[in-house]
Design a protein around this ligand. Structure first.
Ligand SMILES: NC(=O)c1ccc[n+]([C@@H]2O[C@H](COP(=O)([O-])OP(=O)(O)OC[C@H]3O[C@@H](n4cnc5c(N)ncnc54)[C@H](O)[C@@H]3O)[C@@H](O)[C@H]2O)c1
Length: 322
């Protein structure tokens, strides 16, 4: 398969995620055929995607002419067999229910070309649990987009032990050509995004249940403090910049209050024991170049000030408490 020419795309399940992916592929010049539950639901999804694309264009979120490009490249199939026939890349975005994934992936496998790539958008099911439903599993992998698909840059690429390197590279080039930032991640439940996201959410709900804060208070704290930083840096870079010694000190208090689950992780404790406190001692986890410490700090300050201004300009989201 030649990833320079426009791959023929099939999308099965054209709801939030499948629909958003269809818009992105079509906008980038790929012929995209969608199928949802039946022909009527598929047509409704198609109409919704065209109307939404026009609205994105009017709002300046898509470039002028985008809706026209999308409607030219997008089509509806009558069934799974029809949409996947001749497709180079097939994305499955049906509900997160293993029986539905089984039924759909089995049908796709039977009807697709032998070398067609099949990608699941599952949020949390290990890809190896789904690959048993796919014939020739070397062509199967997870390609996990984040909602709203047209606007979130990152996409997780999740191979199983069986996924071929050729398929992986093809998919990375294909998804990268859409302007997305791909990251290869291990095939563990929830991958990276949802293992972290759901850990944070669970702790937030637990704090609400304990009466620590209302949902509004907790959301405000997160989005205006460390969540604000996360728009620019990952947890490792943040900890390296803050000081690993500071983190170990904080874990001590947390473990005293909440037990072992809040004890400092072994590799962190080990680093601090050996005098590695992160950026301030030219070490840390994130591989930051300590010779550029002043530039890193200057960038960080500039970026936070710009983000702060952007938040002010955007204002409180409609419907949210002030
Ligand atoms: N919503 C998110 O934020 C998000 C983010 C990342 C990944 N995901 C994952 O993406 C997948 C789809 O989620 P979604 O949010 O788009 O759900 P959704 O409910 O919006 O879309 C799923 C679509 O699949 C269709 N469908 C159901 N059974 C089908 C079948 N047998 N054949 C064809 N189509 C069928 C439904 O009619 C629906 O339109 C799930 O695995 C979900 O976990 C969701």
């Amino acid at each position: 398969m030649d990833s320079e020419s426009k791959s023929k795309i099939a999308i099965v399940g054209a709801g939030y995620m499948g629909g958003g992916m269809a818009q992105v592929f079509a906008l980038n010049g790929h012929p995209v055929s969608i199928f949802d539950l039946d022909t009527e639901t598929t047509k409704m999804s198609f109409d919704r995607l065209i109307i939404e694309s026009r609205s994105f264009e009017e709002l300046g979120l898509f470039a002028p002419g985008s809706a026209e490009i999308i409607s030219r490249n997008l089509s509806c199939g009558k069934n799974i067999e029809e949409v996947v026939a001749g497709a180079d890349y097939i994305a499955e975005a049906v509900p997160e229910v293993i029986q539905i994934k089984n039924e759909v992936l089995t049908k796709i496998s039977i009807a697709a070309k032998d070398d067609a790539i099949i990608a699941s958008n599952t949020s949390a099911i290990p890809i190896s649990k789904l690959s048993v439903f796919v014939t020739n599993p070397g062509r199967f992998l997870g390609v996990h987009w984040v909602n709203p698909a047209p606007f979130i840059p990152g996409v997780e690429i999740i191979p199983t032990a069986e996924t071929s390197e050729e398929v992986l590279q093809y998919v990375e080039v294909l998804i990268g050509s859409l302007g997305k930032v791909t990251s290869r991640v291990s095939d563990v439940a929830g991958f990276i995004i949802n293992r972290l996201q759901f850990a944070l959410y669970k702790e937030a709900v637990t704090m609400f249940e304990e009466g620590v804060g209302t949902p509004q208070e907790i959301d405000a704290i997160v989005s205006n403090t460390f969540g604000f930083r996360l728009a620019l840096f990952g947890p490792f870079a943040i900890a390296d910049m803050a000081g690993l010694d500071v983190f170990v000190g904080a874990y001590k208090s947390l473990a005293e209050a909440y037990g072992e689950r809040f004890a400092a992780p072994d590799s962190l404790a080990e680093k601090v024991k050996n005098g590695d406190f992160g950026l301030k001692t030219c070490g840390g986890f994130a591989g930051l170049d300590a010779s550029k410490k002043d530039e890193i700090v200057a960038y960080r300050n500039r970026a936070y000030a710009a983000l702060s201004q952007l938040k002010k300009d955007l204002g409180t989201p409609p419907g949210f408490p002030d």
